[in-house]
Write a protein that binds this ligand. Structure first.
Ligand SMILES: NC(=O)c1ccc[n+]([C@@H]2O[C@H](COP(=O)([O-])OP(=O)(O)OC[C@H]3O[C@@H](n4cnc5c(N)ncnc54)[C@H](O)[C@@H]3O)[C@@H](O)[C@H]2O)c1
Length: 107
């Protein structure tokens, strides 16, 4: 049975490249992305890829996404949680932090 794969932020950049690599290796892929136009274009041009439009930082969009995954793939074998934020690049001891997260570091 082919692998069932969900890729967040899968309609562009690294996520789309991962999606295409999985499809080339026989997987069934579902992408989730906030860019509706890109999701529609990719899914219409790639029979092995289905998609959901939404913001993966919003719980209500995640609920809808996993309903779509269940109906499109019938379950999930692989989650590629590619969506994220770049943030600052700095040593941990100098990192400015992200609101809501706690850090501790000693040198
Ligand atoms: N490109 C790099 O060199 C690099 C290096 C380290 C980490 N990363 C991380 O890898 C991930 C992908 O990077 P990339 O360069 O492919 O980015 P990209 O900007 O090329 O693509 C990001 C995709 O995410 C989608 N997206 C943005 N916000 C979203 C949201 N809230 N919900 C759903 N989809 C959303 C965009 O529509 C786009 O399709 C990011 O988390 C990035 O921080 C990238």
């Amino acid at each position: 049975m082919s692998q069932r794969v969900l890729i967040t932020a899968g309609a562009g950049g690294i996520g789309l490249a991962i999606a295409q690599a999985y499809v080339a290796n026989g997987a069934r892929v579902h992408i989730a992305d906030i860019n509706a136009e890109a999701v529609e274009q990719i899914t219409s041009q790639n029979p092995g890829i289905t998609g959901s439009i939404g913001d993966i930082s919003k719980p209500e969009d995640l609920d809808s996404l996993f309903r779509d995954v269940q109906s499109q793939l019938g379950g999930l074998d692989v989650l590629v949680n590619n969506a994220g934020i770049a943030g600052a690049t700095a040593p941990v001891s100098e990192y400015p932090g992200i609101p809501g997260m706690r850090y501790s570091a000693s040198t």
